[in-house]
Design a protein around this ligand. Structure first.
Ligand code: 649
Length: 588
């Protein structure tokens, strides 16, 4: 980047410092056990002081410009360490503790790709590091570990350094990218502040704003969308760990009730979990009338989910106008579009077939004619200072409103690129339309259309599978499937729409005959389901077995997932029908 675009703009470390110097006000309230019984409060002064402790340690190691991996549990130490890394002028790599098989593999891939000098972890992991280090390839320079606990933060006086170069890299975000092919998105301090500003433009000002989040702090929505936004805006944020929410979704809504929360956020699946997972007795204890803004993004926003949520919680003061469907991605720091505050929800009832062919046409079909109508929820207007162009992904020509194409984004939220991947960065972050409109764009890999200035997200060009708020990479799942049973050759993993959001489907090529599959099919199926569930935490909704050659491939031998998915949905994907001995196979 040439020079500083906004020399007057303070970065988040400067903003925190200013707030810490002011009157003591509540910054974060962490519900340590997921309830209000064990709340720990930190003022801005506390955050700044704790961050200073980390910064003092890091400055002693001359880490300016180097990367530091954050491997703490969700909570206050995480936030202190994040701001400490910023204050030392280092680049933070938000991650999670390397515990459990899946987490260790993903963590290792982040460490190998980001080559950190230091990893900050909880002291309780001290004895386990040797085992983790042994799993790193020998070519990786061993990072130092900085172990922290409550006592650590009582240590020496904080250092005062605060970086003022807002165009420096602040953060490396690994939300996107498969374990086998990690991609670190480089964000500057300017990106972080710009994202906060565009969200605040959408949210407007509220004197008594109180936020609540259980989102993981290593995901863009939890980090840039809640923790950083709260510091930038200067309002308190009530936090709990994602695990506490998932165990009991009631805790989220109870925290909103107890702390008179005005703003919160969750992916579509969280709303489903609340609708089906809260007892009538629990429901009675809730008061959601203080909520004025509830963001819903990160996976397709389902009209059915929102209606069920409204039916269950309207009697407890939930007002659907507060619901804000929104769209974004880590490559754009976070935020791309959202429903303007105070406006009603908008859903378009569209002809499904026309939509699949790329055209938006209001459906004339009556309700009750399933399959013909697609209800698409609007993700609102594009972030202030940003632009969305819908582009034909093949010809790269911009499409008019009402036509489905790839969503391209330009504006100050767009990140700098992928660490160490110049070609992929050029293709993804600096795309140009055919007939060049003079700008560069981020290619999101998502499909959608614009209508009356609002963005509707309809699908994905990229092969990402998003289930229960988790981004799954088909390549990773396919590797697991191929290793699950010796009779499986090729395979494709993809998502199909289900009753409650997306579902995972696996199509596999079986090496044997239909007759053999009839004999051992149940065992193969069991092996595939068990392996995928154990490795990826998601149970496939269906496993399709076809003969070798059933899965469409490119000439260079790559799996054509979209073609496989289409054939599967149309029922034309070649199938190995288990046959019994009396089936006259020979005459076919
Ligand atoms: C998406 C992040 C959307 C993501 C969030 C604004 C307290 C309470 C609230 C608060 C502050 C404090 O998934 C974020 C904007 C939050 C404001 C909170 O305010 N990033 S990702 O990189 O992991 O994945 C991106 C992909 O997810 C899919 C797309 O494929 C996208 O490329 N996705 C959606 N798909 C369909 N519909 C949507 N609305 C989608 N949003 C993301």
């Amino acid at each position: 980047m040439a020079g500083r675009a906004h020399p007057a703009l303070p970065g988040l470390p400067g903003i925190l410092q200013e707030r810490a110097a002011g009157p003591r006000r509540l910054a974060f309230r962490f519900l340590a056990d997921g309830t209000s019984d064990e709340a720990v409060d930190w003022t801005y002064h506390d955050v700044h002081a704790h961050a200073g402790r980390i910064a003092a340690d890091l400055l002693g190691r001359e880490l300016a410009g180097r990367r530091v991996v954050l491997a703490l549990d969700p909570g206050l130490h995480y936030i202190a360490a994040l701001f400490g890394i910023f204050r030392a002028g280092a680049t933070a790599v938000p991650s999670f503790p390397p515990t459990g098989k899946r987490a260790v593999a993903r963590f290792a891939s982040i460490v190998v790709d980001s080559t950190p000098d230091v990893i900050i972890a909880d002291r309780r992991l001290e004895g386990r590091v040797a085992q983790f280090a042994a799993e790193l390839p020998a070519t990786v320079r061993a990072p130092e570990w900085l172990f922290v606990d409550d006592a650590y933060f009582l240590g020496p006086e904080p250092a005062e350094a605060i970086p003022d170069a807002v165009s420096d890299p602040a953060l490396l975000q690994y939300t996107s990218g498969s374990t086998g092919d990690p991609k670190g998105i480089v964000l500057t301090h300017e990106n972080l502040v710009s994202n906060c500003r565009s969200l605040e433009h959408n949210m407007g000002y509220e004197a008594d704003r109180v936020g609540c989040t259980w989102l993981p702090p290593y995901h863009d929505m939890g980090l840039m969308g809640t923790i950083m936004l709260a510091v930038h805006g200067g309002w308190p944020l009530v936090l709990m760990s994602p695990a506490h929410f998932v165990q009991q979704p009631y805790r989220w809504l109870k925290a909103i009730t107890d702390h008179k929360v005005t703003i919160s956020v969750g992916p579509n699946f969280a709303f489903d979990m609340c609708t089906s997972g809260i007892t009538d007795d629990e429901l009675e204890t809730l008061d959601l009338s203080t909520l004025r803004q509830v963001f819903c993004g990160s996976e397709p926003v389902s009209r059915v989910t929102l209606e069920k949520f409204r039916e269950r919680f309207a009697p407890r003061g939930y007002d659907e106008t507060s619901l804000i469907p929104c769209y974004g991605l880590a490559e754009a720091t976070l935020y791309v579009s959202g429903k303007p505050a105070g406006t009603p929800l908008r859903t378009e009832r569209l002809d499904r077939e026309a939509l699949e062919n790329g055209t938006v046409r209001r459906s004339g079909a009556a309700d009750g004619e399933p399959g013909q109508v697609a209800h698409i929820v609007s993700c609102g207007t594009v972030a202030d200072g940003h632009d969305v162009t819908v582009v034909d992904p093949e010809t790269l020509r911009p499409l008019p409103a009402g036509r489905v194409g790839e969503i391209w984004v330009s504006g100050p939220n767009v990140a700098q690129g992928y660490l160490g991947r110049p070609e992929l960065t050029a293709a993804t972050f600096t795309a140009r339309t055919a007939g060049d409109d003079g700008r560069t764009h981020l290619r999101t890999g998502d499909l959608g259309f614009l209508l009356d200035g609002e963005l509707f997200v309809t699908g994905r060009l990229k092969d990402l599978v998003v289930i229960a708020g988790r981004n799954l990479y088909p390549q990773d799942i396919e590797l697991t499937v191929r290793q699950a049973h010796e009779q499986i050759r090729g395979c494709a993993a993809f998502a199909v729409p289900g009753e409650q959001g997306e579902q995972l489907v696996v199509a596999a090529e079986y090496r044997g005959t239909a007759r053999r599959l009839a004999a051992e099919g149940a065992a193969v199926l069991e092996a595939v389901i068990a392996a995928v569930t154990a490795e990826h935490g998601v149970r496939p909704a269906a496993v399709h077995f076809g003969p070798v050659g059933a899965i469409p491939m490119t000439t260079s031998g790559k799996v054509r997932r979209d073609a496989t998915r289409k054939a599967y949905l149309q029922g034309t994907l070649k199938k190995l029908t288990p046959v019994t001995d009396d089936t006259p196979q020979a005459v076919r």
